[in-house]
Ligand binder design. Sequence first.
Ligand code: NAD
Length: 479
Amino acid sequence: MTEQSRCWVGGEWIVPIGKEVAVMSPSDVTQEIGVMHYAGVDVARQAVEAAHQAKKAWASLTGAARGQYLFQTAAIMEQQLDEIAMLASLEMGKPITEMRGEVMRGVNILRYYAGEGVRANGSVIPSNESGVLQYTKKVSLGVVAVITPWNFPVAIPIWKMAPALISGNTIVWKPAEIASLTASRVAQAFADAQLPAGVLNLVVGKGSVIGNALVSEMDIDALSFTGSTATGQGIAAQCARRNVKYQTEMGGKNAAVVLRDANMERAVSAIVSGAFRSAGQKCTATSRIIVEREISEQLTEALQKAITDLYIGSAINPQSYLGPVASKAQYETVDKYVQRARSHAIVLAEGKPQVDPAQGHYVMPMLVSGVSSDDPLVMEEIFGPVATLLTVNDIDEAISMCNKSIYGLTASVFTQNLSSAFRFLDEAEAGMVRVNQETAGVEYQSPFGGMKLSSSHTREQGQAALDFYTQTKTCAIAF
Ligand code: NAD
């Protein structure tokens, strides 16, 4: 397979002339799957202009008409599901079975928001004067810059772009460098659905160049970003200075709390999935496992067995539960934590590969313990398949350990006790709190986002996304 990244600007496909990089599969670093062409700031500028030119006509369409384009894109993506999933698996290493699920999630999100074009979006407010009708309506923001990470190369862009588009905005999308081939395919689905020129523009390039230019100097009306906390905080500061409406979804250090009355089988399967699917590269991944002392040994043994049984192989092998991490840079970052675990912690379990790990960027799933609650393994986002087990005496200690984090994205508790469940739902400092469910996997029709340094306090997905991509206009008519 040889793909090339392209930019889509004002309805035209462009292959920018400039730096080219061969894209190698993280599952097999000798396999070239395509070529990425970095665009320069000039292309981003053209894209912003094209988005401005298209915005009036797009916002003037009825919601139903805008929705038809989303329905059409969904149908095309569903037809191409296997192809898109395969390309993404090859490009960033997510196992093919998971990747198919992700593309289907993208299709469902498109359909969900397509329907929003004909739903109520304002309210009537009684006036203090007679003969006055006072109401609100939600109107578009204008040109929205969308900056996305590589770990959900299809679903995250779509959960930003679908609500932005149905709300009447036009878009300039800057995907992560290592998901650029997939991004070009996703944009192609919108192009094949005959989305009018300039409504969606794709600019493939470096975050520090294209992303930074969009945020710092381009004429944008809003920005939606998902990525690391360090980058997100910088972006937030720049947007605040320019009074650009922004949304930053960032890192996590999510805890799964296992109480003594938990259904052990259920807890183990949810923890293994939360910690190790996508090789732990989810903002919602389970990274800390907090267990009551009484059942710590039992849980450890069950997790050890489950981890040893995991199938670790190439991302395109349908049997693989875990593939490689996404890139060399990602491998090096995660490996620092693996080395720390080996030197400062007790390694309770480590997976065994079914491939030659030297073939790609493979990190074995690892369960560690024996570190203090302020060790980097416990405090920092690893974004890889390494989870730390922490033992506590009771639910009080479990909750305070869970909340001892600068992040607050998701948290889970495993218990059969209703009081414990409700207490955790009330006291866990996280935007998404779950009982007897893994930390990852929040459904697309529900608000998604975090507390503390995980998010800029807005929410994505569901109806909440429509709040971000619109502004309220208050109208009054005397008659
Ligand atoms: P990243 O911050 O390195 O990059 C994210 C995006 O920002 C990329 O498109 C990148 O090119 C761009 N970028 C980089 N520097 C920029 C700059 N100076 N100005 C503008 N744009 C810039 O993150 P990543 O490595 O791609 O993704 C991993 C991170 O994303 C993890 O921390 C993870 O927790 C987080 N994440 C969060 C969520 C969530 O919803 N909270 C979801 C997925 C991933």
